[in-house]
Ligand binder design. Structure first.
Ligand SMILES: [Zn+2]
Length: 126
């Protein structure tokens, strides 16, 4: 459950106190995807290696598939929407959700590699 908390709140996976992203608003025009180099609370390295978040593509893909599945069921099966309109609508929705999906994917990705430590804040090493 601790990883779920970190992902949902966009918090540091190690201490659950520092923020993973510099700004809280995923739609802020500037720096929506900026991440601090290190956690402000426990000094956990957020950029574990160069290109670390390229791997987050592997976590964003299942998220997109999941969202598309839900939208397909809703629009095609429930609303019986026309196929052409469906593609217009689904493209618009996925495009507008992009900043949130990228943030989610990165939060999940770093949580795969960094575990929660109860006393992380007190430590200064890393
Ligand atoms: Zn931390």
């Amino acid at each position: 459950m601790s990883k779920l908390y970190s992902v949902a709140r966009m918090k540091c996976p190690r201490c659950h106190k520092g923020n993973l992203f510099s700004t809280r608003n995923p739609y802020s025009f500037k720096g929506a995807l900026d991440m601090p180099d290190r956690c402000t609370e426990c000094n956990q390295d957020f950029k574990i290696e160069p290109g670390f978040y390229i791997g987050a593509l592997w976590t964003s893909f299942p998220i997109v598939i999941f969202i598309m599945t839900l939208l397909s069921i809703f629009f095609l099966a429930y609303l019986k929407m026309d196929m052409n309109w469906f593609f217009v609508v689904i493209t618009a929705i996925l495009f507008s959700l992009q900043p949130i999906i990228i943030r989610l994917a990165r939060a999940i990705w770093i949580n795969i590699f960094v575990d929660y430590e109860q006393n992380a804040v007190r430590k200064d090493d890393v």
